[in-house]
Design a protein around this ligand. Sequence first.
Ligand code: NAI
Length: 343
Amino acid sequence: MKNRKVKVGIVGLGRLGYRHAENMAFRVPHCELLAVCSVVEEEVKEAQEKWGIPYGYTDYDKMLENRELEAIFIASPSRFHCEQIEKALEAGFHVFSEKPLGLYLEEVEKVEKAVSRHSDKVFMLGFMRRYDPSYAEVKRRIDSGEIGEPVLIRCYGLDPAGKLDSFLRFARDNYSGGLFLDMAIHDLDLARWYLQAEAEEVWAIGGSYAYREFAELGDAETGAAMVRFAGNRIGIFVAGRNCVHGYHIETEIIGTKGTLRIGTVPERNHVMLFNEKGAIKKCFEGFLERFEQAYLKEAEEFITCILENRKPSVSVRDGVESTRLGYACKESFETGRLVRIKS
Ligand code: NAI
């Protein structure tokens, strides 16, 4: 057990998959990255040569035939998650999947059944914010009663304007679920986690203000959703893709006896420049920088769960419920109506 290593194959070597792969190759204890897979052959070759990975695939099904592997790590585009999760489970592997669990209710409900059928396998979903030190500390402090009963959560999830061009190029060919299912999904999960309540109704609005292209894609550049959770608890979610100062992830939880906040100013370090423009701090540029530790910790937890034969706290149910809420936000945004959520 002390020297045992879990042999992992990863699918998807893009913006996030590359980082996950690098973490598993070098930084996650008791983990051996044995195989990499992507439809882009150059990505596979580069990873193999750079990190000395023995197996490379451009066909996911072929990777699943490799019986040396024990676990599959999915970081492909969201529309493939459910199908790839189910195939990996059926082939006898432990599975980690990036968020969101899926893009449609039917597919997430189907994949939940597949996870139940394979209850001897570890399944984990990439809601990495739960493993970020600040978000984890806030959870502990809420649970210890420090702010009394949590009654309201306010979340900002804003992507940097600097990455907008590359996002628009990507979005034209890859349906990601839209602003609420793709971006706000982390906040929707955190709200359920912190409030310990499910959503009952939602009203969402949004638009395209600086970039008309989002409207052409049927999506919003900036949007907001107001959600009533069970017990009349309140959720306010702001999501956007045109944040000019950088990557801004901010969360506030108001309780009956106090308030906790995370990331009010998304400062990347302790440096401040004083000049004729004033006192200036640089902000985070993107998710890889802000959640560097969280991506590492979630992968460590996945591997540890396999070694200790236990289940992670992020379950497939969290994936189903967050997708249900994200989908209701999308429906409300598209129809302009208040949407009641059936559980
Ligand atoms: P990306 O487009 O940069 O990379 C996708 C990768 O998957 C590429 O290597 C591509 O060649 C490969 N691929 C595409 N179709 C494939 C197929 N059928 N079989 C095998 N490989 C295939 O995407 P990105 O930004 O890395 O996102 C990947 C996933 O991670 C998405 O589901 C996204 O929602 C999620 N994500 C999660 C974040 C988080 O904070 N937890 C942040 C960014 C992305």
